[in-house]
Design a protein around this ligand. Structure first.
Ligand SMILES: [Zn+2]
Length: 417
């Protein structure tokens, strides 16, 4: 019997040693990542900016849905709006044969209904502004590609064309995609562009958001330095950073991983969008509920990425998007009565504050979340499966959950399993 126990112990020690040797840094990072005591849900949407007046009506319809869904503190559901301040004045640019860039911005009277809808939503607490670029492209790169690209000239000539229809490589604002593979922009040019965007943002909205969403998640240290110098405290990421486009225009390989609360240049904090809610791509409320259950078990907030594209779609899919948004959030509150709605900037405040009541400090709760995170990491999960270590880890989680259900630990722990 003692031989069996010894072998069992040896297997666990060797497997755990292998896991630590291969992924030690990741294991430590997952342990340091803040663990939340309550489910947090934020809908993160991008690409809002100049457009037809109908966009204002869509924004107001979204705001009405969010306002009617409250957490137990009475706070409404929040959708962050990644704002693009400007679009090209296509006819002026084409008239100048692409020699100069001319912008139309949200400051113009034509777009006042959109700005008013956004501001009203902010006052109600259902919208929160985030920076998403002065344009959704780098103007010099657009002009450089114009001469040899008939489709691009056609896009510019169409006053109803949206930035969503641009080639993917051009949508990465913070690199020069005039030629592929892309090249980095010079730091002084980046700094000037970030400064210009900040000034226009304040002029239009009377406030400067502290949260930025890099277009297509392509950015670098120079940009973080410029953002930090111009009031940004938080960068929203998809869990990694890309720094360029390859020869085919696709995203290059990630250059670093990012976890919630980790710091970048200038003390910026990263916040991770960890799931999607894109009704136009078929995502429905059920997917949101699964995401919230999984992220809550990991002690993480659920940040759902979505885009204007789903809501400005033709009438039928746009209506479906609104229906699913409401169903997803109402269902989330019903499934998690202690769920909190908040802005991403507030979430970052909790990451900054180790004493926040939203942060778990009890060891069993943090351990439970860490075990769930481990099993959700593809690299760790493969090794856990290969070594068979997944089984004792699951058992440890089950044991912690059982102790909780018996009242030996915080009742919060029960929901982590
Ligand atoms: Zn975007």
């Amino acid at each position: 019997m003692s031989t069996v126990l010894t072998l069992l112990l040896l297997w666990i020690v060797v497997s755990a040693g292998l896991l630590t040797a291969m992924h030690g840094r990741l294991l430590r990072a997952l342990w340091r990542e803040p663990v939340l005591t309550r489910p947090v849900v934020i809908v993160e949407s991008d690409d809002w900016g100049p457009g037809p007046a109908a966009d204002a009506g869509i924004l107001r319809a979204i705001a009405a849905i969010l306002d009617a869904i409250r957490d137990r503190s009475g706070r409404p559901a929040v959708m962050t709006l990644g704002i693009v301040l400007g679009v090209p004045d296509g006819s002026a640019i084409l008239a100048a044969n692409g020699k100069i860039y001319v912008r139309r911005s949200l400051a113009e009277a034509e777009f006042a209904p959109i700005v008013a809808a956004i501001r009203d939503g902010c006052v109600k607490g259902v919208f929160a502004l985030q920076r998403h670029g002065l344009e959704h492209f780098w103007p010099a790169a657009l002009l450089a590609r114009l001469a040899g690209d008939a489709a691009l000239r056609e896009w510019l000539a169409d006053p109803s064309a949206r930035s969503e229809a641009l080639p993917a490589a051009l949508q990465s604002r913070w690199v020069d995609s005039a030629r592929l593979p892309s090249t980095p922009l010079a730091p002084p040019v980046i700094d000037a562009a970030v400064s210009e965007e900040a000034a226009l943002f304040e002029r239009i909205f009377g406030e400067l958001p502290q949260v930025v969403v890099p277009n297509t998640f392509v950015w670098n240290d120079a940009l973080e330095r410029a953002w930090a110098a111009h009031g940004v405290r938080c960068v929203v990421t998809p869990g990694c950073r890309y720094e360029g486009r390859d020869a085919a225009g696709a995203l290059g390989p990630p250059t670093r991983r990012t976890l919630n609360g980790e710091r970048g240049v200038g003390g910026l904090r990263y916040v991770v969008r960890n799931d999607y809610f894109e009704p136009i791509r078929g995502h429905r409320a059920e997917r949101v509920w699964q995401a919230i259950a999984a992220r809550t078990a990991q002690g993480r907030p659920t940040l759902l990425e979505t885009h204007r594209e789903s809501f400005i779609a033709p009438p039928e899919p746009a209506r479906t998007a609104l229906i699913e948004l409401e169903r997803a959030l109402r269902g989330a509150v019903a499934r998690h009565p202690d769920l909190c709605f908040m802005r991403t900037a507030e979430l970052v405040g909790h990451f900054d504050d180790a004493a926040s009541p939203l942060r778990a400090r009890a060891l069993p709760i943090r351990l439970c979340a860490w075990l769930c995170r481990l099993q959700a990491e593809p690299r760790c999960a493969r090794l856990l499966k290969a070594t068979g270590l997944a089984w004792p880890l699951r058992s440890a989680g089950w044991l912690l959950g059982t102790l909780t259900r018996n009242g030996a630990m915080s009742p919060r722990l029960a929901r982590l399993h």
